[in-house]
Design a protein around this ligand. Structure first.
Ligand code: NAP
Length: 284
């Protein structure tokens, strides 16, 4: 029987509606509006599109726009100075430095400069450490989106065998950590994993965050398993995921498509993080 398909666009719309209500509640309770500072350095076309999209969705839910733009020739000190200004600005609840930054700048160093309370991408070392320790803090957006999709589709995580393919700081590592905190038994796989299909085929939940088009075929999937495809790969056939969707959907129980699965959840979770950050700052 073909798998049920997870509709990430509908889920993201639900999250945006929830966030819009939260924003209005916060404004009526505190007279303070959450604000997001997106920082774009240079003129990379893909980054420009991502930032434009994030600004648009945040304005739609009532989050104030504090966008900052620097030229591709900006120095490390100039970008650091803008981050410091945003750290100090009470109207800015969340800061997002769009990565990658132009060559010659140290993106990781700049990210570390973001105040942890405003780290709505959840990528600073402090946020990563808090996640490791299961302490309160802001979590990375794509992993949060994956958790939301699993929860909203009733996927049981307690004691479940989960395989995560990919160990990036952006997706693989943080999603594995969030799942461990939910009492899943997580196996982290990567390019040196021996017998990747065998390891994946034991999983109740399989998460692919690799960046290799259609790597995950049906032989990687336990019948009835939940398959979450994080991959976004531009190929001659258009946008495809890390999962070979057609044959895998004949075997899985539940599956995300590409596009329209995990992708729309990432900006939605950025909005949720921005409101969460604003609440904590106002309470603090
Ligand atoms: P990344 O930093 O390039 O990491 C890729 C990971 O995959 C690495 O850990 C690598 O292993 C592993 N890997 C590579 N080839 C492999 C193979 N043949 N077998 C097993 N593991 C392999 O990637 P990322 O930033 O996490 O992104 C992964 C994918 O998700 C990309 O397609 C990206 O565009 C997409 N993405 C989507 C969203 C979204 O919102 N939907 C957000 C972020 C990323 P090693 O560590 O051993 O090198």
């Amino acid at each position: 029987m073909p798998a049920n398909i997870i509709d990430g666009r509908a889920a993201a719309q639900r999250v945006r509606a929830e966030v819009a209500r939260d924003v209005e509640r916060l404004v009526s309770e505190t007279a303070r509006r959450p604000g997001l500072a997106t920082i774009l350095v240079g003129d990379d076309p893909a980054s420009e599109i991502y930032v434009r999209n994030k600004r648009r969705v945040s304005q739609e839910v009532g989050i104030a726009d504090h966008h900052r733009e620097l030229s591709a020739h900006a120095t490390q000190a100039e970008v650091a100075g803008v981050i410091d200004e945003c750290n100090e600005d009470d109207a800015v609840s969340g800061i997002l430095l769009q990565l990658p930054v132009p060559e010659g700048l140290d993106g990781a160093g700049l990210t570390s400069r973001i105040a942890p309370a405003k780290d709505v991408d959840g990528l600073t070392p402090v946020s990563a450490g808090r996640l490791l320790q299961n302490a309160s803090g802001l979590r990375p957006c794509t992993p949060l989106g994956i958790l939301d999709l699993l929860d909203s589709h009733g996927v049981s995580l307690e004691g479940a065998d989960v395989a995560v393919v990919g160990r990036s700081n952006l997706v693989g590592r943080p999603v594995a950590m969030l799942l461990q905190h939910r009492n899943a038994t997580v196996t982290m796989c990567h390019s040196r994993t021996r017998d990747l299909p065998g390891v994946c085929a034991r999983a109740d939940v399989l998460i692919a965050a690799v960046g290799v088009p259609r790597l995950i075929g049906p032989e990687y999937v336990k019948p009835g398993a939940t398959v979450i495809d994080v991959g976004i790969n531009r190929t001659e056939d258009g946008l495809v995921g890390d999962v070979d969707f057609e044959p895998v959907s004949e075997r899985a129980g539940l599956i995300t498509p590409v596009p329209g699965g995990v992708g729309p959840m990432t900006p939605a979770m950025l909005l949720r993080n921005t409101v969460q950050a604003a609440r904590v700052q106002i309470a603090g």
